[in-house]
Design a protein around this ligand. Structure first.
Ligand SMILES: [Zn+2]
Length: 157
């Protein structure tokens, strides 16, 4: 998807594993991309700063962080890294993951956002939750019609 590609291109060092087995994927909704964008920016800054300071002997330097997977689990953001990191970076990730509970994964609003749902637990605002319910109902009806038709026409062959 385009939104993912933009993120990978913006932070090539963080996403150097994209296209390899080491990278599982980025499967979050569009509403969380600004949050993940800021997180990536802060992580890359942290790595770059440590390595810049190394030149002056002020830091031991830092291994480049490589992202392994970005996903949603139980309505919250999960940001996994394969390589690199520090206590500070772990704290940044923790902060972003905690913030995701307050942001609609679909539209990015912080108004009327709730984590929950019957079936899959998701973090959505009231509007997106209603819209998703209608979409789910519609695709269920489509599936029902299709399977009925398959049953009828499938037998004739
Ligand atoms: Zn929303």
């Amino acid at each position: 998807m385009r939104i993912q590609k933009e993120l990978y291109e913006k932070y090539p060092k963080l996403f150097s594993a994209v296209g390899t087995r080491e990278f599982v994927g980025c499967t979050i909704g569009p509403g969380w991309f600004p949050l993940v964008d800021v997180l990536c920016k802060l992580i890359q800054n942290e790595v770059d700063f440590a390595n810049e300071q190394k030149k002056y002997g002020n830091s031991a330097g830092m291994e480049q962080v490589v992202v392994g997977q970005i996903k949603e689990k139980f309505g919250g953001l999960r940001f996994y890294t394969n390589k690199g990191g520090s206590t500070q970076i772990a704290g940044m990730i923790q902060m972003a993951e905690a913030m995701s509970w307050l942001i609609c994964e679909e539209c990015g609003t912080t108004k009327n956002v709730k984590t929950g749902g019957s079936g899959r637990i998701v973090t959505l605002c009231n509007r997106c939750r209603r819209r998703m319910a209608i979409c789910n109902w519609f695709s269920y009806m489509m599936w029902l019609v299709k399977s009925r038709l398959m049953a009828i026409f499938g037998k004739r062959k």
